[in-house]
Design a binder for this molecule. Structure first.
Ligand SMILES: [Cu+2]
Length: 308
């Protein structure tokens, strides 16, 4: 009797684990429509929840779903561990029945991780492909030109280097460059640098991409879905004033964007064109840095130079 019940135990464990995993998968599928609710209930599991692009939302969903899946598996494993610790705790000096080389168990804990990794890989590949996807006919093309230490944004009439710039905005030491873009449209960014490697980063896009000098044009596309003003930064240490390379992304309605672009084409400054659509003419999320170093720093380096 004792030997028989020992032999059925691993199968029961296998069944329980299989049921748990199946239930977890079902739960995930059923709750797929409310990933956002799951995320906000648990502080978004550390992932930035303020994304402003369709791509950012997909990345968010992938992260939340992955963490939930990991927790479900984790609780399953912890449950089995504690169950084993209690159920099979030492009761005497007699060696318990050994259940090594149990084929169903061996297969279960080989197949299950492979399944988990396959599912994670499948969804990761989908999201990654969507984030990198380029369309044949983007609604807007912006050329991002980075240089030490500022940004120029060129609105283009087509794709590639052969296209023409129809309007442009450039930052200076006194004015933060402002990139105005419409929501709900496919925006194609074409990046190029005039000197060293920089990196284009708007934190709310949850996306950075290096800006290379030379013939490499780094291209990506996003669809913005939230109006607002967002700080942008250079995310690649590019030299002395790297930290000063800020810009501002202003997302507006397509109608406002058309008005803005027409004003720019008419020769208005970016500030005048922003005023024309009722926006603040200057950046509100960041301000120009003082490019002169603090007086005491200069004195300190003079002291060092003078050997004091
Ligand atoms: Cu830079």
């Amino acid at each position: 009797m004792g030997a028989r019940s020992s032999a059925t135990r691993p199968r029961a464990v296998g069944r329980a684990a299989g049921l748990g995993l199946g239930g977890a998968t079902l739960l995930m599928l059923l709750s797929g429509c409310s990933i956002e609710d799951w995320g906000s209930a648990f502080g978004h599991f550390g992932w930035p929840s303020n994304g402003i692009t369709l791509q950012a939302h997909e990345m968010y969903d992938l992260w939340i779903a992955s963490v939930i899946a990991a927790l479900v598996v984790g609780f399953g494993v912890w449950g089995l561990i504690f169950w084993c610790v209690i159920r099979y705790r030492k009761r005497g000096e007699e060696l318990p029945v050994q259940t090594r080389f149990n084929m169903p168990m061996e297969i279960l804990y080989t197949v299950t991780p492979v399944l988990i990794v396959s599912v994670l890989f499948y969804y990761t590949a989908i999201v990654q492909t969507n984030v990198d996807k380029l369309s044949k006919n983007p609604d807007q093309v912006v050329e991002v030109v980075a240089f030490k230490w500022n940004w120029q944004f060129n609105y283009r009439d087509g794709m590639g280097e052969e296209a023409n710039t129809v309007a442009s905005t450039v930052g200076s030491s006194d004015v933060i460059p402002i990139l105005v873009l419409p929501v709900g449209q496919k925006i194609r960014f074409e990046e190029t640098s005039k000197d060293v490697i920089h990196s284009f980063w708007v934190p709310e896009m949850l996306f950075k991409r290096d800006v290379f000098p030379g013939s490499v044009r780094n291209v990506f596309e996003v669809t913005l879905d939230k109006e607002g003003r967002y700080v942008g930064r250079c995310a690649e240490l590019c030299g002395t004033y790297h930290a000063f390379m800020n810009f501002e992304l202003v997302t507006v309605t397509p109608q406002e964007f058309d008005t803005f672009l027409d004003a720019k084409k008419d020769g208005k400054t970016t500030q005048e064109a922003l005023t024309a659509i009722g926006e603040e003419p200057y950046a509100t999320t960041t301000s120009p840095f003082n490019t002169r170093r603090q007086a005491h720093s200069w004195n300190q380096s003079e002291n060092v130079a003078a050997g004091k």
